[in-house]
Design a protein around this ligand. Structure first.
Ligand code: AMP
Ligand code: MN
Ligand code: MN
Ligand code: MN
Length: 279
């Protein structure tokens, strides 16, 4: 499909600038793109200018980190007013959580014998607050591991030495902030949280009860089983269907922009009735 509603730029942990991301999307045949950086809308203005030049319709987006049952969920917000004060305040709070978390990750890494990771990750974050992906790239650059995936596996995922608890705001607060700004809250990549079926069902129920409206049923790197599970959850909880690659890096071909199947025909897509609905 010519629509992709989940992608990252250098405003968070993507490797392309917002303008370069939009140009790559256009080159891949994407006509409607949402830039959904982690906990920030800082890339939207640059992306909008590039989208105007490339004839791409840009949808304002963000991927918010929230807490549910002591675990992290990602909620994509789509088509909100980027100038909304409530959303801006919520994102400011998330940036503060990220700053505190970066200090704690760096401390843990130092304890594990990896020096200077905060400065290194900050350099790679190019002015933004370093996230786990920046630490992962620093671990690659410093020779500790060979790939970001290995950095996550060895240091950063739950249970490993530099995994720290993040005090994200509750799920309901994130959903409410997106709704207050006129946006559509979408539960990101539901099958990637490592939950059991029962846990995932409870998470999606909590998301729907909090005012969530959509769920990603096609995402980069998923398989047929993931799509069936996500679509079943959409039906069960009356959620609309979204699709997005979760593009970060041109060297991750399994998350290339705009290579997404359409959602199952019985589901209502998130874009239905919106002026940016693909034709
Ligand atoms: P953060 O929001 O800073 O905790 O980082 C989350 C991001 O880290 C995700 O959006 C992915 O870009 C990346 N990530 C999370 N888990 C993994 C993993 N197991 N392998 C590779 N990248 C991951
Ligand atoms: Mn990311
Ligand atoms: Mn995510
Ligand atoms: Mn993402």
């Amino acid at each position: 499909m010519a629509i992709d509603l989940h992608a990252h730029s250098t405003a968070s942990d993507g490797l392309l600038t917002p303008a370069a991301l939009v140009r790559r999307a256009a080159g891949q045949g994407v006509r409607v793109l949402a830039l959904t950086d982690h906990d920030t809308t800082a890339g939207l203005a640059e992306a909008q200018a590039a989208a105007d030049a490339a004839g791409v319709t840009l949808v304002a987006g963000v991927e918010m980190s929230v807490n549910w049952a002591r675990r992290t969920l990602h909620v994509v917000g789509l088509d909100f007013d980027p100038a909304n004060g409530d959303l801006g305040a919520a994102l400011g709070g998330l940036q503060a959580v990220r700053r505190d978390r970066a200090l704690r990750i760096a401390r843990r890494l130092r304890g594990a014998g990896v020096a200077d990771s905060l400065a290194g990750a900050e350099r790679l974050a190019a002015g933004g607050v370093p996230g786990r992906m920046h630490f992962a790239r620093f671990l690659v650059a410093s020779g500790a591991v060979r790939s970001p995936q290995e950095a996550f596996r060895r240091y950063l995922v739950r249970g490993r030495v530099a995994a720290v608890r993040s005090e994200w705001p509750p799920l309901a607060e994130g959903v409410a902030a997106i709704r207050a700004a006129g946006g559509i809250p979408v539960l990101a990549h539901p099958t990637r949280y490592g939950f059991t079926r029962a846990w995932l069902r409870d998470a999606v129920e909590a998301f729907a009860e909090a005012g969530g409206r959509g769920i990603e049923v096609v995402t980069g790197g998923d398989g047929p089983g993931d799509r069936d599970s996500a679509a079943a959850l959409a039906r069960r909880f009356g959620l609309r269907a979204s699709i997005g690659s979760d593009f970060h890096d041109p060297d991750f071909p399994w998350r290339e922009l705009g290579r997404l199947d359409s959602p199952p025909a019985d589901l209502t897509p998130v874009w239905q009735g919106r002026e940016w609905a693909p034709v």
